[in-house]
Design a protein around this ligand. Structure first.
Ligand SMILES: Nc1ccn([C@@H]2O[C@H](COP(=O)(O)OP(=O)(O)OP(=O)(O)O)[C@@H](O)[C@H]2O)c(=O)n1
Ligand SMILES: C[C@](O)(CO)[C@H](O)COP(=O)(O)O
Length: 234
């Protein structure tokens, strides 16, 4: 895979569901903040040429300092994000210059190099790709009164993760149009799907969790420990 990739790492959220004073991307996981773990993954990938980090306005300075502290030589810019994830993505995309780009949540520090490379490979073959895993539970659609409305066929349901991988120019156009029309999506694939772009799923891993609620924290500590053992670091 000869192409070089850019990565937009979005980390400008407030983490309201986590409920901590410090936003979840800055919580300590082992010996460093969650966000630093995520950045290190992409820093170490040979296919990644440049990283743009999107953070809250008041966090730009400390993140710029981390670039030096942790030797993140691929981070070419730390930019201030927007009110919604989608706005933060577009602000990051405007600072990327590679032909192909991934978008990744700063609070997904456990994605493996193999999964990321698989996603990039799928995107280059199919045009656009996202990591995903088949859902394990039965999923129901439920109305506001708490009554089950329908039970979609589980065989067609996938839990979508990041990274999500696209041709940069196509993703920028789709995001610019969404912004102009006030369309708000929960992931980047949705923004592309409404343009009629085919997006395929690449095999993800159940361990690629998005740290979201307090019960994710002990799981994150466990996954970190497991990874260290696998790498023979302890
Ligand atoms: N305005 C926003 C909102 C979210 N994100 C980022 O998008 C990723 C996924 O979002 P989520 O887990 O929902 O994070 P938060 O928005 O921070 O969480 P919450 O919805 O609980 O407030 C996170 O890395 C988050 O920092 C962002 O860059 N800009
Ligand atoms: C992009 C994402 O991580 C895919 O699962 C997810 O949709 C982000 O959603 P959130 O509402 O910002 O947690």
């Amino acid at each position: 895979m000869g192409e070089k990739w850019g990565v937009v790492i979005v980390a400008a959220g407030r983490g309201t569901r986590m409920g901590t004073k410090e936003s979840k991307q800055y919580l300590q996981l082992g010996d460093r903040p969650v966000l630093v773990h995520t950045l290190e993954l992409f820093q170490q990938l040979a296919i990644v040429e440049e990283i743009v980090l999107v953070v809250g306005q008041h966090d730009v300075r400390r993140c710029e300092e981390w670039i030096g502290t942790y030797g993140m030589t691929k981070v070419k810019a730390v930019v201030s994000g927007g009110g919604e994830r989608q706005h933060s993505v577009l602000l990051g995309l405007r600072a990327i210059s590679t032909d192909w780009v991934m978008v990744h949540d700063g609070v997904r520090p456990f994605v493996s190099a193999a999964a990321v490379e698989g996603c990039c490979h799928a995107a280059q073959s199919g045009g656009a790709a996202v990591l995903a895993v088949p859902v394990k539970d039965t999923i129901k659609q439920v109305d506001r009164a708490g009554t089950i409305v329908s039970t979609p066929d589980r065989r067609s349901l996938w839990a979508i993760q990041t990274p999500q991988a696209f041709r940069r120019a196509e993703l920028v156009d789709a995001h610019e149009q969404a912004e102009a029309e006030g369309y708000l999506a929960t992931d980047d694939a949705m923004v592309m799907e409404r343009m009629g772009t085919r997006v395929i799923v690449a095999k993800g891993e159940y361990t690629n969790i998005k740290i979201t609620t307090p019960d994710d924290l002990p799981l994150a500590e466990f996954l970190l420990q497991q990874r260290r053992l696998t790498r023979g670091e302890e």
